[in-house]
Ligand binder design. Structure first.
Ligand code: HEC
Length: 221
């Protein structure tokens, strides 16, 4: 009988210990031997906090800061296609290099070519492409002296005839031995570079007709 009471009491306590407080909620942390920074002082989102005078723990964006998504710009001016600004999430040739709704390459740059865009393109070309494709685009950049081979020559007829959209895709995704530059060269800069590459190509395609009259005679000599 003595033992029965003892066993009864012990098993009663064990039962209570295992099942008794199940489902009970406590805001107090359990005993942790090595808390390892699991719990820290922090402000929870969407809760009041007393750190700021207005007691908002989720802060509003400060006035006049840069939005995460806006229309494409060049030197602070919004660029537009057909009179409308273009946003990075749009199905537009500016973003894809393709005519929207088709899989065809955009034949020419969708952005308006301005002096500003060309100058930007020259600068970006010289930073990103010149080491391989060379200052005049003949594919004989400095890397050709260090074992890099077969860089495309922009004066090849195939590349002169290539749609701007396809060149855009090559910059974005890379091609064969050429790595992708989409992560390094922003969208507007890609189009600027293409405009500049076209100018480089044009520079080699000049004919007598391009020389102003007074100078043409000199050239013939
Ligand atoms: C690290 C060297 C390197 C850099 C930098 C580089 N390219 Fe290339 N590019 C190559 C090589 C190599 C090829 C030839 C790829 C192949 O095997 O067809 C190539 C090919 C191309 C082609 C032709 C693709 C085709 O369809 O045949 C274009 C257009 C081009 N590059 C544009 C650019 C532009 C624009 C830049 C600057 C944003 C650039 N590349 C930067 C190495 C480079």
């Amino acid at each position: 009988m003595r033992y029965f009471l003892l066993v009864f009491a012990v098993s009663g306590i064990a039962l209570l210990g295992i099942c008794g407080f199940r489902g009970g909620l406590s805001r107090r942390p359990p005993i942790e031997l090595f808390p390892d920074m699991v719990r820290q002082n922090k402000v929870r989102p969407q809760t009041p906090g007393d750190f700021f005078p207005d007691q908002l723990s989720s802060r509003l964006i400060p006035a006049n800061t840069v939005p995460r998504s806006g229309p494409y710009q060049l030197d602070g001016e919004v660029l537009s296609v057909n009179g409308k600004p273009v946003f990075p999430y749009e199905d537009s040739a500016v973003n894809t290099g393709r005519i929207p709704g088709t899989t065809n390459w955009a034949p020419v740059t969708p952005l308006t070519i301005t002096r500003q865009l060309l100058q930007r393109g020259q600068q970006r070309y010289q930073i990103n492409c010149l080491p391989c494709h060379g200052p005049d685009g003949d594919g004989k950049g400095i890397t050709s002296k260090y074992g890099m081979v077969a860089m495309a020559n922009f004066h090849d007829k195939r590349l002169i005839d290539m749609a701007d959209g396809e060149v855009f895709n090559t910059i974005t995704q890379g091609k064969n031995n050429m790595g992708a530059y989409g992560a390094n060269v922003p969208v507007v800069d890609r189009w600027a570079i293409i405009a500049y590459v076209r100018a480089l190509e044009r520079s080699q395609l000049a004919t007598d007709e391009d020389v102003p009259d007074p100078y043409r005679a000199q050239f013939k000599k």
